[in-house]
Every structure is written in C-alpha cells, then in structure tokens.
Write a new protein. Structure first.
Length: 486
C-alpha cells in the first residue's frame, strides 16, 4: 500500500503503528493517553500491557511521549530489549545483550559506543542542557526479554537490576534527577515478568491495561483523522462491519458482534477507503472485514517478488512453512542461503513488507507471520491466488491440440477443480461456511505441498516429447515445528 502518486497523503498509517510525528492524527485514545501519562508521572515504574494488536506501540509513541514532554520530562527514544543485533555480532561477547539493545536505541544504533555501559552509567554520561528535568525511559515490546537471546537467559536478572538501579532512591534517581520507567508488554507474557517480582519490590503493582478500540473510539478515529471524508453514517457503518469476529459454533464459522475493533484492521480498512475514494470521491461500500488485510498481503507479496517472478514460491513458503493445517502460526529456521526452500533475499523482502517477523531463539533466527490477525486473510489470499492461477493454466493447456483436450482436464476432486475463485472466496467469508479456512480443495495425495501448483498438465505423446509429470512423488512435507519456548 504505497502512498498515492499525487494528492494528499492518507491520514491513516495502515499496518504500521503511529509515530511520534503523527500525534495530531492520533485519535480515539484521549482517555488512555491522559490516564497512562498520569500513572507514569506519579510512579517510578508503570507496566502497560494488553493483547497483541491492541495498539500499545502507537499509544506510547503518539500518546505518552507528547504528554510527558508537555509535563517537562526529557523522554529517551523508545527502546526494546530484544530485536536483532548488527550482523556478525556475537551476543556471547557482550556484557549484557538486553542492555546493549536498549542502549543502541538511545545511541543511534552504535553498538561500539555503548558496549561498556550499563543503563545507569550511560544516563550519567549523557549530555543534557537541562539536567534538572525529570527523565522518562520507555521500553516497548518488553516480551523480547523472554523471547529473544534465550541462550543468554542468565542476563535477564542483571538487566532488570540495571533498571532497579535507576530507580534505587524513592524519589531521586540518576544524577539526583527523578526517573520514571514505563514497560510495555504483551498480556500473555505478563506472567513471565511476574516471576521477577522479588527484584522489583512494589514496582510491579502499577499497571495499565490497554484494550482494543471500542465502537465510539473507532468512529472518532474515522471522523476526526480523515478531515471530513467520513460522514457520521459512513463511520458508523464501517464500525459495525469491523466490529465482528469469527467464532466456531457447532463446527461452523460464524460472524458475531464483538465488543472491540482491532486498531490495525481499522487502519487498513480506512487507508484503503481513502485511496479508493479520496476526499471527494465516492466511498466504496463496506465489505468483509478481512478484505483490507487480504489486499494488504497481496500488495506486499507483489512488492516482495518484484524482479524475481516467484510469487508461487513465496505463497507456498508461507502456506507450507508458516501456517499449520489447523490454521495456526508455525515457524521456520533461517538457513544459510534458503529458508524453508525460499531464497533468503525474498525472505528478507517479506520481512521488510512486515508480512513475516524474525526472532532469535537458541542462537538461531526464526521466521513467522508478523501477526496472528494475518492468519485467516493469508489463507484466503493463497486459496484465491492458486485457484486463479490454476484456472488460467488449464485453458492454455487444453488448446495444445484436440487429442489433449480430454487429457488436460484436471482430475475430479483435485485442487484445480471446483468452484470459481469468486465463489470460493465468498464461501470462505460466509458465516455459515463449513470449512474453517478458505484453503483450496485438497491436492492430490502424492503432492508435497498443501497448495496447488499452477502448472500445465502432462502432454500426450501425440503432441511431442512427453514431459515429466509435475506431480511430486515425495511424501507429504513434514510439519514445521514451532520455535522452542523461551
């Protein structure tokens, strides 16, 4: 979803979080922004937690940082304890890999300039023209402390002790200036942090839970951020469409009303509407909530494959290695030149497009889909693309000569037979659909992939030399294992 070539830019960030420079376009979180800032100002350590995709990163960058700056704080750049170290860096040689990651965010990614520092020593050596100002440290994605660099697990306690050292005195910290710390963590990882509660006495009691957007907040986002493009009825209608979730009841998927609207889903839908309709253009009718995510994935894959022409390989990599048959996320280890059969350069492009994300575990680099919310849209996108490719390949093969017309038909019940792409896509989105996922019909038993391959069938001898059969004789591909638990 690249920016339009002309005209005003979309006020909606799409799949990425809001940034500090977009604070004027950050709507729908006024209460959360105010309440979180009040907690951070009044307490030495505050824990922000919530489900994946609730918008914690956006609230920190476009909400909390401006509020603290208005309160007179010097706010350090938002940091992470994990992430990926510079290529060639051996974490074994670092004093503390988690501290090094945090300090690199503060020191413009320069590892050499921070490798000998603790958090406290770095802050004490930092030049500040107004040293009397209180200091705010914000550490996002704190779950990285437990999910990355797991071979250095013994350094976690030392890292937490460095944070405690900044907050050692009740009201005075580094260089006799007040210090406040805000940690943001996924709700499912909160129990991991609680294991270290003895190191942080009375410091983990202040917590702030962030929920996804409720309907009034979602309507505010649309009506305020778009500068009048969304009328109140338009915003209410889209909020209704997005405020549903799929649940399984009696073996069937059904769309039911939900209390919350996912911020990423809202931003993608609004961004797409902006690009399709513009400020004065006719607004497209609301569709299935997953459609904006499907189009986002399609566009990202198209950009990733540019110059390679390997879309089928990319989609089979995602379908076979990053999705399980049950519709869950799986993961695959990065190889020397290829990962799960896909060239590493293409894997890197998928990471740049934020379709996959990387984590380091047990000294290896694992890849998985960037977000749980992309599971169902990715399956639908793959099903539609492979069926359309098969439908386009079949007529071309049948035109080779009259004697091939019958032989070129795909076997009944194969992955290439069945309803049209549009019909299958609509069935996959239908609340009453029998299938739990919009995958194509099951491929031939001997196929090594769960996804059909858009190749022409074998010609008969009357048409010339017989080609090798395209159906693989290998056994079903082994199930890709999940990364070891941190």
């Amino acid at each position: 979803m690249s920016a339009p070539k002309s005209g005003p830019q979309s006020p909606f960030p799409g799949p990425r979080p809001y940034e500090a420079g977009e604070r004027d376009r950050f709507h729908g979180r006024a209460g959360e922004r105010r309440d979180l800032a009040a907690l951070v100002v009044a307490n030495r350590l505050t824990v922000l937690y919530g489900p994946t995709g609730a918008g914690k990163t956006s609230l920190l960058a476009a909400g909390l940082v401006p509020e603290l700056e208005r309160a007179g704080f010097m706010v350090m750049p938002i940091a992470r304890p994990g992430g990926l170290l510079p290529p060639g860096t051996n974490p074994i040689h670092l004093r503390n890999v988690y501290s090094a990651n945090v300090l690199m965010h503060w020191h413009h990614g320069d590892l050499d300039g921070v490798v000998k520092h603790t958090i406290t020593s770095y802050l004490e050596a930092m030049q500040d023209p107004r040293p009397e100002r209180p200091l705010a440290l914000i550490i996002d994605q704190f779950e990285d402390l437990f999910a990355t660099h797991t071979t250095q697990w013994e350094q976690r306690e030392a890292f937490l002790r460095e944070l405690v050292e900044c907050l050692a005195k009740p009201e005075r910290g580094v260089e006799e200036r007040p210090v406040r710390v805000c940690l943001a963590i996924r709700e499912e990882q909160l129990a991991e942090l609680e294991r270290y509660a003895p190191l942080l006495p009375d410091l983990l009691r202040v917590r702030f839970r962030l929920d996804p957007l409720r309907r009034p907040a979602a309507i505010e986002v649309m009506t305020h951020a778009a500068g009048g493009m969304f009328s109140q009825p338009d915003a209410e209608k889209l909020a209704t469409d997005l405020g549903h979730r799929r649940v399984r009841t009696f073996g069937k998927l059904a769309l039911v009303p939900s209390e919350f609207i996912e911020p990423m889903q809202l931003q993608l839908a609004c961004d797409e509407k902006w690009r399709r309709g513009g400020r004065s253009g006719a607004m497209a009718k609301p569709r299935d909530p997953d459609e904006a995510l499907v189009r986002y994935l399609d566009a990202g894959i198209a950009r990733a494959r540019a110059g390679w022409g390997a879309e089928a390989k990319i989609r089979r990599f995602i379908g076979d290695k990053l999705l399980t048959p049950e519709g869950e996320r799986s993961a695959v280890i990065r190889g020397k030149r290829h990962t799960g059969g896909l060239n590493n350069k293409l894997v890197d492009r998928l990471e740049q497009e934020r379709i996959v994300r990387a984590e380091e575990r047990l000294g290896t680099r694992w890849y998985e889909l960037a977000h749980d919310r992309l599971l169902e849209p990715m399956r639908l996108s793959n099903a539609t693309w492979f069926e359309a490719s098969a439908a386009a390949a079949a007529p071309a093969a049948s035109r080779c000569c009259c004697c091939c017309s019958s032989a070129s038909a795909w076997p009944a019940g194969s992955a290439r037979s069945g309803p049209s792409t549009a019909t299958r896509a609509s069935r996959a989105r239908s609340p009453g659909s029998r299938s739990s996922s919009p995958t194509p019909a099951a491929p031939a038993r001997r196929s090594s992939s769960r996804w059909p391959r858009p190749r022409a069938p074998t010609r008969s001898s009357a048409c010339g030399p017989r080609r090798a059969a395209s159906t693989s004789t290998s056994s079903a591909s082994p199930t890709t294992s999940r990364p070891p638990a941190a």
